[in-house]
Design a protein around this ligand. Sequence first.
Ligand code: FE2
Length: 367
Amino acid sequence: MTANPLTANPLKLRRIDHVEFYVGNARQSAYYYRQAFGFSQFAYAGLETGLRTHTSYALRQGRVNFVLTTPLTADHPASEHIRRHGDGVYDIAFEVDDADQAFEIAVSRGARPAIEPHTLIDERGAVRRAAIHTYGDTIHSFISRRGYDGVFLPGFAEASAPGRNAGILRIDHIVGNVEVGRMNEWADFYSRVLGFSRYITFDDKDISTEYSALMSVVMSDESHAIMFPINEPAAGRRKSQIQEYLEAYDGPGAQHIALATDDAIATIGRLSEQGVEFLRVPDEYYDALPARVGEIEEPLEVIRDLGILVDRDDDGYLLQIFTRPVEDRPTLFFEIIQRKGCRGFGKGNFRALFESIEAEQARRGNL
Ligand code: FE2
């Protein structure tokens, strides 16, 4: 990777605070993320808490916070977001030292303002929030909580609806799909505005099958705690899976969220039992696996049964699996990943994985 000469962490990002999804029916989505993915609801904002415009459910598993928001009126901005994109990611929010400063510095480095700094307040204290635009209609909020001691954010009441915990610990990476020819522009945005560096680049020779191709660059903060790969479609004999996404989502947006576990077999076993649908690769993948990745600690039969993919680099290996899209539009999906030293993204799995994605694309009439 190349070090970014711009100062490290200029916006004083601490972590991904939460990911907010705009969805058509947050009550039902919350049930799905609880029962299938194992999140627990811990906070709620809506009519009962005095909010007239929208309803939000805050869910947590490990250090991962999801907010599911549904508009209550046609003129709420979420209504237009859902009309255009279907359910999807609206906000990848950061916790920062100082939201005002993060916003000011981001804008001075060329970010497009989305929400001016303002105070959210309730009886538990105050929080400052601002936001900038990133790809498509997606935003990055900056949140500083200084002394706020409520359950989540002002306006949210405590709510307790436990899910069936599956051992998800944190967000490993969030991938954005952008238009053809614009990957480098967005990589530059993350470098210039957030001080991220190019961690890994994949070109269309790494990521192509007989039919379709894509290019990808992984942008990362210095500690590799926040990793944002950016994909763009590349020319192939058939339609790129990225192009299918761009058409279904009607523009750029978050393609997948990778959720880290330290026990892939337990997590993936539990999620499968609870109804999460994963992509399968052909059985021959497992015949070739021992020769490709060498010795691993997990029993091969279990890896094969669960459909887990394995890849290795110089530092170790990783276990990963991908869900089918979680909406009817072929847009957002999830990855479950366990890193055992490996810092890569599963390059050795791209071909098998993308052939299985293309088989699904063909069934949808989109290849
Ligand atoms: Fe990924």
